[in-house]
Design a protein around this ligand. Structure first.
Ligand code: 3HC
Length: 335
């Protein structure tokens, strides 16, 4: 008995050693691929923590796209012309499409869409802080396009070079569409800024309200960013939160001048030595409060999202029935 048990222990140890050797070889291949700027693809071996980080970030990104439809959809019925309405509808539909590409990218990592939506609806996963602010006037649609989509592009263009292939490829198309979104917002604000004094004031008020929350979109400062160092080592993120925030401020300053609108920061000025603009202190207490669910619209956004999901149940059921009829029941429909 003792001999058989010892034999089994030795066999298990040998097996473990083999496993460890194989894992180490896989790890080396993964590290080499990341170092060489090769793409990691869904069937490649990857560390569990790399997979978990990607699912976390891609899910948060996907959730932001679909929750982001709400503040702007608020203005579709009140757009001031047919042209503006058609543009806004196209933009909101684009955001839904971005959500779909991103949920699909997350699925390649083995996490189903139902699970991710469930985590969003139950508050276990986040979406961008920016969408917890209200859209009070028509000018907010312009400010969102110029600032929010502008911040999103600044953050997302480097994600086209993310080490995970499906995420990087999804970002290429998303960035092209975000670029259109940013331009339509800029053009809308330009029209208002050059319009009547009331229209100019409305544009200025929107920029005053959206500027600081847009800077918060880039995430906490580097010394409070728990994931940045590891995500940058894995080449998921290519730049730190503060680096991208600085880049965004530098881009916006001349654009604001061309728009004839002021950025609401008395400390904003060019720093010759640093080659960047200095800017005032961000209210990080507000940011963390919004993340905790205490922003002006958190409750409204998640309630509306849950309702839309429930009301869409019949569409998912109908699509599943259609798929079953045409594919012999081998494929179901997705949320
Ligand atoms: N809103 C909500 N949560 C945020 C946030 C923000 N603006 N910034 C950071 N956080 C969260 C992080 O998710 C993390 O929480 P978690 O551990 O529960 O996930 C925590 O704050 C600490 O932040 P880190 O800096 O350590 O987190 P990351 O390294 O993940 O960096 C990020 C945050 C820069 C937002 C990064 O995740 C990222 O680049 N994500 C992809 C882009 C994205 O999600 N964009 C959403 C913007 S909106 C959009 O694209 C829609 C478009 O139509 C405008």
């Amino acid at each position: 008995m003792a001999t058989a048990a010892a034999h089994r222990t030795a066999a298990a140890a040998a097996h473990d050693a083999q496993d460890t050797a194989a894992t180490t070889a896989y790890e080396r291949a993964f590290d080499a691929a990341v170092a060489a700027d090769d793409r990691i693809e869904p069937r490649d071996w990857m560390p569990d923590a790399y997979r978990a980080t990607l699912v976390r970030q891609i899910a948060q990104h996907a959730h932001s796209e679909i929750i982001g439809m709400q503040p702007e959809a608020n203005w579709i019925t009140r757009a001031p012309s047919l042209r503006r309405k058609a543009i806004l509808m196209a933009k909101v539909q684009d955001e839904a499409g971005h959500g779909l590409y991103l949920y699909s990218a997350a699925e390649t990592l083995g996490t189903g869409r139902d699970e991710l939506l469930d985590k969003l609806h139950s508050g276990r996963q986040k979406y961008s802080s920016i969408f917890n602010y209200p859209t009070l006037t028509w000018a907010d649609v312009g400010a969102i396009g110029w600032l929010v989509d502008g911040a999103a592009i600044t953050n997302q263009v480097p994600l086209c070079r993310c080490s995970y292939g499906p995420y990087a490829r999804a970002m290429v198309r998303i960035c092209k569409e975000e670029s259109f979104h940013q331009r339509q917002g800029y053009e809308l604000l330009l029209a208002l800024s050059n319009g009547t004094p009331e229209q100019h004031a409305m544009a200025q008020d929107a920029v005053d309200r959206w500027w600081w929350p847009s800077l918060m979109m880039f995430g906490p400062p580097d010394d409070a960013s728990q994931h940045s160092a590891q995500s940058m080592a894995w080449k998921i993120k290519r730049h730190s939160n503060d680096e991208l925030r600085r880049r965004f401020v530098d881009i916006c300053v001349p654009q604001a001048e061309s728009l004839g609108l002021a950025l609401p920061d008395p400390d904003l000025r060019w720093n010759e030595e640093r080659g960047h603009h200095d800017f005032g202190a961000i209210d990080w207490t507000e940011f963390w409060e919004v993340l905790k669910g205490n922003g002006p619209c958190n409750e409204q956004r998640i309630t509306q999202r849950r309702r839309a999901h429930d009301e869409g149940a019949w569409v998912r059921e109908a699509a599943a029935a259609h798929a079953a009829k045409h594919n012999g029941g081998t494929q179901g429909a997705r949320a």
